[in-house]
Design a binder for this molecule. Structure first.
Ligand code: 2NL
Length: 341
C-alpha cells in the first residue's frame, strides 16, 4: 500500500467509528504496531538511501494527519456520548405532580377558633382549665351545694378518685372561670372554650362529650344591658349581618337574674319555619348576672364588683351555621362529611 492508500483507508475507518470504544479499536488498527502505517515504516529500511528521506517524511505526514483525524473524531463521539447520557439521566422538573393532599382542622375546632377571635376582638382573653374537676369547682362554688336539686340538671360522670363523687368530668366549662376568679383580681374579661361531659345517650342533639364556650365579665358597674349588648355583638359577628338575638327569662343556680338567649332562625331568617317551630327564633345558650353567692365563694366582694356570664354549645353553633342535622356526624369519622368544611 502507498502512504496515500494507507491514509485514505485510515480516514475512512475513523469516519466509520460511531462510539468512543469503536474509535479506540480503530486507533490501534490505524496507528498501532501492526498497522499498515507501521508496515510502511518497516519497508523504509529496504529502500535506497536517497528515497528514504522523502518516503519517511510522507509516512510521518500521514501519521500526523491520521492522529489529528482521530482526535477530531474522538471529540465528536465523546460529545455525542455525553449528550446521550445527560438526556437519559435528565430529571423532568416540568412534570406536574400536583399538591400534596393536606388535612385541616375539624369543623368544631374551626368554630371554636372563630368564636375565640370574635371575643378576643372585644378585648377578652382565652382561659383554659382541667377537664377532670373537683366537685367544689364544678358545682359548689357555682351556688350548688351537695344535694342541691339543681345538680339534677347535669348527668354527671364521676371519676373513681378520692372520696365518692368528689372528682368528676366537668359538666360545663364554668369551673375554668371559678379558677380564674380565685387566682386573679377583677377586672376579668375571659372566655373558656373546651370539652364538657355528661352522661347522655347519644342522639341527634346530644353527645356525652361536647364543646362549650362560656364567657365571664367581672368589673365595676356592669349591667344586664352590657350583657345583652355583648351577646348581640357576638351573634352578628359569628352568624353574619341580619342575625340578631333576644333574651327570655330563665333559671340557672349561678346567675340572678338568668336568661336564655335566642338567635334569628338562620334557616328562614326569622320568617318562621319547621326548624324554629314557626317562631323565627332558635335557642342557643344561657346567660345572666353572676349570683352574689358565686362571688362570695371565690372571695370577690359583690358590693364592689358586678358581672355577667353566658354559655353555649360550640357544636350547636357550627351545626346551625352549616345546616348540620345530627351532632353525631362530628364523631362518625366519615371523611366525606369532614372534607366539606
Ligand atoms: C347554657 C348556660 C351558662 C353561665 C353559663 C357562669 C359561670 C360562672 C358564674 C356564673 Cl363562673 N355563670 N356561666 C351562666 C349562665 C348560663 O350557660 O345553656 N350553656 C350551654
Amino acid at each position: 500500500m502507498t502512504p496515500e492508500e494507507v491514509e485514505k483507508s485510515g480516514l475512512l475507518a475513523i469516519e466509520l467509528a460511531v462510539t468512543p470504544d469503536e474509535l479506540r479499536t480503530v486507533e490501534t488498527d490505524v496507528l498501532g504496531k501492526r498497522s499498515a502505517l507501521s508496515g510502511l515504516n518497516q519497508q523504509l529500511g529496504r529502500m535506497p538511501a536517497e528515497e528514504r528521506k522523502d518516503a519517511g517524511r510522507a509516512i510521518n505526514a500521514v501519521r500526523v494527519r491520521l492522529t489529528a483525524a482521530l482526535a477530531d473524531r474522538r471529540e465528536v463521539l465523546e460529545a455525542d456520548d455525553r449528550r446521550r447520557r445527560l438526556e437519559a439521566d435528565r430529571l423532568d422538573l416540568t412534570e406536574v405532580v400536583g399538591a400534596v393532599p393536606r388535612g385541616h382542622l375539624h369543623l368544631v375546632d374551626q368554630a371554636r377558633r372563630q368564636l375565640e377571635d370574635v371575643f378576643v376582638g372585644m378585648g377578652y382573653s382565652v382561659a383554659e382549665g382541667p377537664e377532670i374537676e373537683t366537685d367544689w369547682h364544678n358545682f359548689e362554688a357555682l351556688n350548688m351545694p351537695p344535694a342541691h336539686p339543681a345538680r339534677g340538671m347535669w348527668d354527671t360522670l364521676y371519676v373513681k378518685l378520692g372520696e365518692p363523687e368528689s372528682t368528676l368530668l366537668r359538666t360545663h366549662t364554668s369551673p375554668v372561670q371559678i379558677r380564674v376568679m380565685t387566682s386573679q383580681p377583677p377586672p376579668i374579661y375571659i372566655v373558656a372554650p373546651g370539652r364538657a361531659y355528661r352522661r347522655d345517650t347519644p342522639d341527634a342533639r346530644h353527645l356525652p362529650v361536647f364543646h362549650q364556650i362560656e364567657g365571664l365579665v367581672v368589673d365595676r358597674g356592669i349591667t344586664f344591658g352590657d350583657m345583652a349588648g355583648t351577646i348581640e355583638a357576638f351573634t352578628t359577628a359569628y352568624f353574619g349581618p341580619g342575625i340578631t338575638s333576644r333574651l327570655r327569662p330563665s333559671y340557672f343556680p349561678f346567675t340572678e337574674p338568668s336568661a336564655e338567649f335566642e338567635v334569628t332562625c338562620i334557616f328562614c331568617e326569622g320568617k318562621g319555619c319547621r326548624v324554629c317551630s314557626q317562631s323565627g327564633w332558635i335557642e342557643l345558650g344561657g346567660c345572666g348576672m353572676v349570683d352574689p353567692n358565686v362571688f362570695e365563694a371565690v372571695g370577690i366582694d359583690p358590693e364592689e364588683w358586678q358581672g355577667f356570664a353566658f354559655g353555649f354549645g360550640i357544636d350547636r353553633c357550627a351545626m346551625l351555621r352549616h345546616d348540620i342535622d345530627d351532632i353525631r356526624h362530628f364523631i362518625s369519622n366519615d371523611i366525606r362529611f369532614l372534607e366539606q368544611f
